[in-house]
Design a protein around this ligand. Structure first.
Ligand code: 5GP
Length: 211
């Protein structure tokens, strides 16, 4: 029989330069771990071919974004590549309250804001590409963005890379299966932290009483 012990959900942040494979890694983790929910961000950037409203992002206008921000509806928000991105607060709070873990695909600016607000519940991972050449190759093979967008994202890579030391864990994504296993290992260990298992005192008491 398995024992269900109450625990608190955590917030798992994945950041990386564009093209390091973090979106693919996120999808893998969502498929392999039924307790993880992804936070769907709002953005003012145009939808890419294949992206689905409400699944990849909530695609909103500048005015809609501003209204959400003014109403305090975001946990964090930032400008990235000239567009605005933000994490809607309500779905995250609901998932955490239900004991689920929430995955965030956000940049270093959002990570800093999140950490300031909810320090003890945030676990952060920075994903590095195995090489500069590979980073560029991945941006090109994504083929959803124009040459100009790829060029701008490569130019921004150093800016994003310079924040690696602000993260709890660093993964070099050379092999997707291995990187995925590493994310799962981190998640598993973080879930086992004493502070994230508020049900343990009562459980141990029962054990001691022989119940
Ligand atoms: P993309 O346009 O390629 O989907 O995302 C560009 C960058 O914006 C990525 O680094 C992604 O992690 C980041 N991003 C996506 N959503 C959010 C968000 O809600 N907040 C912040 N701060 N960054 C985000």
């Amino acid at each position: 029989m398995s024992v269900a012990i109450k625990r608190r959900g955590l917030m798992l942040v994945l950041s990386s330069p564009s093209g390091a494979g973090k979106t693919t890694l996120s999808r893998r983790l969502l498929e392999s771990d039924a307790n993880v929910t992804i936070s769907v961000s709002a953005t003012t950037r145009p939808k890419r071919p294949g992206e689905v409203e409400g699944h990849d992002y909530l695609f909103v206008s500048d005015d809609e974004f501003r209204a959400m921000a003014d109403a305090g509806g975001f946990l964090e928000h930032a400008s990235v590549f000239g567009h605005r991105y933000g994490t809607p607060k309500q779905p995250v709070l609901e998932a955490l309250t239900a004991g689920r873990d929430v995955l965030f695909d956000i940049d270093w600016q959002g990570t800093q804001q999140l950490r300031q607000q909810v320090r003890e519940d945030v676990v952060t991972i920075f994903v590095l590409p195995p090489s500069r050449v590979e980073l560029e190759r991945r941006l090109h093979t994504r083929a959803q963005d124009s040459e100009e967008v790829v060029r701008r994202r490569m130019a921004k890579a150093n800016d994003e890379l310079s924040h690696w030391a602000e993260y709890d864990y660093i993964i070099v994504n050379e092999n997707l299966a291995r990187a995925h296993a590493q994310v799962e290992t981190i998640l598993e260990a973080e879930r086992l932290k004493r502070s994230r298992q508020p049900g343990i005192p009562a459980f141990v008491e029962t054990l001691m009483r022989g119940g």
